[in-house]
Design a protein around this ligand. Structure first.
Ligand code: NAD
Length: 252
């Protein structure tokens, strides 16, 4: 039956940035669908472990700094050692730095590219080594509206998220033959820590709201269906695609 194809019972999902916002929402969604979670968090896992356990999932995890891409292999190995196998990698952790491009610093460039792109690539590579051995695996990258658009005063973020969309296609091309799908979700404007500054700016907030056909900001709950779908058997033949979950923003 088709609804059975959406179930993730027996699967293990690694979710980076699991402690807040979209990562927390997606970790909970995957657990609600039956998966066990290996969470990656920068300082503490916050309320996520309790939320996962409440819906019957197992939570294990690791504290790691993803601005240091060399940590990627160890993170994946720890997940495999803990659960003995892995099935799903959600590359969610990300940061943004806002400054006029004319004054943008090398540090704000490197910090964002290392976290949003370089770690995502090396986590995917390390996970794919296991996925190739078992001839199955799911990678879901978190892209952005700025995978499609330029944005304002966020040059390193736009560069990283545009690259995530392209890289998603490259990895899908190379790894489809091994039973691996690599897709991305491009969230629209979602209420999380990442968008506090935008929502606090009355003018920007009004301009953004006016452009969203749905007429509201999204919430982490809005991403739950997409991540479960792309992680599930139901999405087996979808590969290299970036799915916008944006209340219609890109259609405008
Ligand atoms: P958030 O700030 O709540 O979450 C970011 C997560 O990444 C946090 O859990 C944080 O701990 C983790 N992280 C950041 N730097 C890290 C590091 N060096 N090491 C380990 N973990 C690190 O914001 P969010 O909106 O939930 O962001 C999640 C993802 O969604 C990001 O990739 C972001 O770019 C993307 N995104 C968000 C929106 C939005 O409107 N909120 C829109 C498009 C894309």
């Amino acid at each position: 039956m088709i609804l059975d194809d959406f179930k993730l019972t027996g699967k293990v999902a690694i979710v980076t940035g699991c402690n807040t916002g979209l990562g927390q929402g997606m970790a909970c969604a995957l657990a609600e669908a039956g998966a066990d979670i290996f969470g990656v968090y920068r300082s503490t896992p916050g309320e996520t472990p309790a939320m996962i356990r409440k819906c019957g999932g197992r939570f294990e995890g690791i504290q790691a700094d993803l601005s240091v891409p060399a940590n990627a292999e160890n993170i994946i190995n720890q997940a495999v050692n803990t659960y003995k196998h892995i099935d799903i990698l959600v590359n969610n952790a990300g940061i943004i730095r806002r400054e006029d491009s004319i004054a943008f610093s090398e540090k704000d460039w490197d910090d964002v590219l290392n976290t949003n792109l370089k770690s995502l690539f090396f986590l995917s590579q390390a996970a794919a080594k296991h996925f190739i051995a078992q001839n199955s695996g799911r990678i879901i990258n978190i892209a952005s509206m700025l995978s499609y658009q330029g944005g304002i005063r966020v040059p390193s973020y736009t560069a990283s998220k545009s690259a995530v969309k392209g890289l998603t296609m490259t990895l899908a091309n190379e790894w489809a033959q091994h039973g691996i799908t690599v897709n991305a979700i491009a969230p629209g404007y979602i209420e999380t820590n990442n968008t506090v500054a935008l929502r606090a700016d009355e003018k920007r907030n009004a301009a953004i709201l006016e452009r969203i056909p749905a007429g509201r900001w999204g919430t982490p709950d809005d991403i739950k269906g997409a991540v479960v779908f792309l992680a599930s058997k139901a999405a087996e033949y979808i590969n290299g695609f970036t799915l916008a979950v944006d209340g219609g923003w890109l259609a405008r």
